[in-house]
Design a protein around this ligand. Structure first.
Ligand code: SF4
Length: 258
């Protein structure tokens, strides 16, 4: 199916379901996705072979591109609600991620002090102290957890290194409550295996982990765009609403983007 890549460092501003007027920052290459996961639903397509030589923009290029865009928005009187790190893969893989966040905070404070800085991350780099420190500085530290069950997690997210849900959860807890959890609910078939992270077993185990992690809030959503795998089913609104109600009943704020 027709997935897409962001073709520049800065994209938008776009109107986002989750983030309002969002100015996107892509720290990854423009011609392929660079990620530690290979999610079956990734709107950027499949992750390439890890042997591909990765060429990234320097932190200076990124700072200049962002500043230029902020100056233009200021001149037009258009304020972003969010400066959002997302793009063609996992933003925390950029070796200068921490200093890029510092630069972005300085630019935000200068041009649009009310704008939030958000990072959408798959949480695979949060064992690194520099990444933890950087994510603790942003306004919205949004980290992925798609299943509490290892087999489902491995199938949906296809991590490139061996990782278990339990390790991931221990790492997520380091942020205390300074994080949001994002979960994409989905069902489908891949390589002869069926998966569905909306079953009772999946949702109850996932909810137990959410309570343990104790995030500021939880964002749940279905697929919204084209995906690399065709055999995927968009989860119906009623199911997402029912899952969201269980999160709310547990005393945790939830946003449902159905
Ligand atoms: S973590 Fe994000 S960028 Fe990476 S494969 Fe999954 S959806 Fe795509």
């Amino acid at each position: 199916m027709a997935t897409f890549l962001f073709n520049d460092i800065i994209f938008g501003p776009v109107k986002s379901r989750r983030l309002g007027v969002s100015l996107g920052v892509n720290l990854l290459p423009e011609d392929y996705k660079y990620c530690t996961y290979n999610c079956l639903y990734c709107e950027c397509g499949w992750t390439l072979d890890s042997k591909t030589k990765v060429k990234l923009h320097t932190s200076k290029d990124i700072q200049q591109a962002l500043e230029q865009q902020l100056i233009q928005m200021k001149a037009k009187g258009k304020a972003p609600d969010n400066i959002t790190f997302a793009g063609n893969g996992e933003p925390t893989l950029h070796p200068d991620f921490a200093s890029i966040i510092d630069d972005t905070i300085a630019l935000r404070n200068h041009y649009f002090p009310k704008a939030l800085i958000s990072v959408l991350s798959n949480a695979t780099q949060i064992h690194k102290p520099k990444i933890i420190a950087a994510l603790n500085k942003v306004d919205q530290n949004i980290l992925k957890l798609d299943s509490a069950i290892d087999d489902t997690y491995s199938l949906i997210n296809q991590p490139k290194t061996s990782m278990t849900v339990s390790t991931l959860v221990q790492r997520l807890k380091v942020f205390k409550d300074n994080l949001s959890i994002q979960t994409l609910f989905i069902r489908g078939n891949y390589q002869g295996k069926h998966f569905d992270n909306t079953t009772e077993e999946e949702v109850s185990k996932w909810l137990n982990l959410i309570k343990e992690i104790n995030p500021k809030n939880v964002m749940i959503y279905p697929i919204a765009r084209d995906t690399p795998l065709a055999d995927l089913e968009k989860i119906e609104s009623s199911t997402l609403q029912a899952i969201g109600k269980r999160v709310k009943d547990a005393g945790i704020k939830v946003y449902i983007y159905d």
